[in-house]
Design a protein around this ligand. Structure first.
Ligand code: SF4
Length: 208
């Protein structure tokens, strides 16, 4: 295949998914941070099921900061790593309740317990901030190498390659690849004939 100009090639993908809201439910920055922390290694569907009860009991950083891991356990039991996440959420609430504005740089967000680079990128995106990086979740780890825009299986290295291949204005392509991975580029039997990226995809076009 000829060399792919990725800025051009991702246009149909961005057209399809740019600005599409993340599938986890939240209605303010407090809820967003909580659900992003809870959703690591959990399904969005499961977090959406438990979050209404959680937010009814603990509606803001203040109430969460005054809670205890033992009080949180029944609300998040079943979430992978729930005991650690309870401790992290309370610590995050203690740190953020004092702030007039929630710090939203990747550096500041990822200094909070339980928030890594991927989560920080997700929080920034959903908060409407300009991207400082590219979201690389489990779907992107699969889709990006299939497409041929990146290689390897290290999230940070994949993110670096995506940031090099695309201008900053197109860094929402990470979340777009995640949506593609959820809907079409599934781990087994990807629906390539229906995929907007099949014209440039290395996996689909190998041997052609
Ligand atoms: S063409 Fe197929 S393998 Fe390539 S990104 Fe689309 S669904 Fe995935």
């Amino acid at each position: 295949m000829a060399k792919v100009i990725w800025e051009e090639a991702v246009k149909p993908l961005l057209k399809k998914y740019k600005n599409k809201k993340h599938p986890i439910y939240y209605s303010n920055i407090y809820q967003l941070i909580v659900v992003v922390v809870l959703s690591a290694r959990a399904t969005d569907k499961y977090i959406n099921q438990l979050s209404p009860k959680f937010f009814k009991s603990l509606p803001d950083f203040e109430s969460l900061s005054n809670s205890s891991p033992e009080l949180l356990y029944p609300l998040i039991k079943g979430v992978p790593g729930f005991n650690k996440k309870a401790v992290w959420l309370i610590e995050i609430a203690k740190q953020l309740k004092k702030k007039k504005e929630i710090p939203l740089s990747i550096k500041e967000l990822s200094s909070l317990p339980g928030i890594g680079r991927k989560s920080a990128n997700v929080i920034r995106r959903e908060a409407g901030e300009k991207p400082e990086g590219v979201i690389v979740d489990l779907h992107v780890l699969r889709v990006a190498p299939r497409l041929g825009i990146a290689e390897g299986d290290d999230p940070k290295k994949i993110e670096d390659q995506l940031m090099q291949a695309l201008p900053q204005k197109d860094w929402d392509a990470g979340m777009a690849m995640s949506f593609l991975g959820r809907e079409i580029c599934r781990p087994t039997n990807p629906d390539c004939p229906e995929c907007v990226m099949n014209g440039v995809c290395k996996y689909y076009n190998k041997g052609k």
